[in-house]
Design a protein around this ligand. Structure first.
Ligand code: SF4
Length: 323
């Protein structure tokens, strides 16, 4: 599609668990092969990390567990070594040392890397977990330190719906990181992402617009800080169908009067099918994009709402769920 080819994507910088295809560093000396991560590698810059290796636990090693005491502790089974402080210090130092980052992909269910699906035990040698929604130490550090950045684990990355959300946010963050060095860059960023930001939150989009309109009343650094804060607030929320439809209807208004009656109805029916969950967001884009190309609506052709991330990242798995 022509409209997709004209868009140059910024390359996101992503922290990834090292065992997800980079090194056999798991406790059992194995590595996890993850197709989706292989596919996205050409589009991202990667910072692989294995917290457990970094604190000197060897490979292979006795597994470690989250143990629920007064606070959550990290204890190695067998050796009973409590490595909570060591790991916490590593996490703090590692996060301090990071360059500007756009997102995180970590290994699920790990006491170091899991984003909320790790087993928590009453004792390190307990036979059954108390629950399975503990958060690994690195994951917790990331969630606390970077609440506005996208994160996901390799299991969630299998879900087309969660993929869509993650990649949309990831490439938006990379675009912002690389294009906020002058008010002109920020305005350009705002223009090409306007409909996508509208799909996140129309009211906050208006606040962003005011920051830019009133930019001369404040220092540029203050404008960037405020703009970044609002964007991160917006993208911390899930993209909702109703908001996406509003943004698509807004785009539709740019060319609807130039469409034949039957085509106009076809698009409106498609938007309704999307509202009912019978069409995916990707399918809805594919209905709209040919019209945008046909009528050469320049403003829409550059909108990231229609091409939020590189085309090759559109996976073929069926899409279900909210968006
Ligand atoms: S899950 Fe995290 S700590 Fe465990 S092997 Fe993978 S990268 Fe290392």
């Amino acid at each position: 599609m022509e409209v997709l080819d004209i868009h140059k994507f910024s390359t996101p910088i992503v922290v990834i668990s090292k065992c997800l295809g980079f090194e056999p560093c798991r406790y059992d000396g194995k590595m996890i092969f993850c197709d989706i991560i292989d596919k996205i590698l050409p589009f991202i810059d990667v910072l692989p990390v294995c917290p457990e290796c970094e604190i000197g636990l060897g490979v292979p090693r006795a597994p470690i567990r989250l143990v629920n005491g007064k606070t959550i502790r990290l204890v190695q089974t067998g050796t009973e070594q409590d490595i909570t402080e060591k790991m916490q210090n590593f996490v703090n130092d590692f996060l301090d040392s990071l360059p500007e980052i756009d997102g995180f992909i970590l290994k699920s269910k790990s006491p170091s890397c899991g984003f909320g699906n790790t087993k928590v035990f009453a004792f390190s040698d307990a036979s059954k977990p108390l629950h399975r929604y503990g958060i690994g130490f690195l994951a917790k550090g990331i969630m606390d330190r970077f609440p506005g950045l996208p994160y996901i684990d390799e299991m969630s990355l299998m879900s087309p719906q969660l993929q869509e959300e993650f990649f949309t946010k990831l490439f938006l963050m990379a675009d912002f990181r690389l294009h906020h060095n002058s008010i002109q860059e920020l305005m350009e960023f705002h223009r090409r992402n306007k409909l996508l930001l509208m799909a996140y939150d129309l009211n906050k989009l208006k606040i962003l617009g005011r920051i830019l309109a009133d930019n001369k009343q404040h220092l540029f650094s203050e404008n960037v800080t405020n703009y970044a804060r609002i964007i991160q607030e917006m993208t911390s929320e899930t993209l909702l169908r109703t908001n996406i439809i509003n943004a698509f209807m807004h785009a539709f208004g740019y060319f609807s009067k130039r469409l034949e009656h039957s085509k106009r109805h076809y698009i409106l029916d498609s938007i309704e099918a999307y509202r009912l969950g019978n069409l995916t967001l990707k399918e809805l884009r594919q209905v709209m994009i040919p019209c945008i190309v046909e009528f050469q609506v320049d403003y829409l052709m550059e909108q990231t709402l229609f091409h939020p991330y590189p085309e090759n990242l559109y996976f073929s798995a069926p899409e279900t769920g909210k968006i």
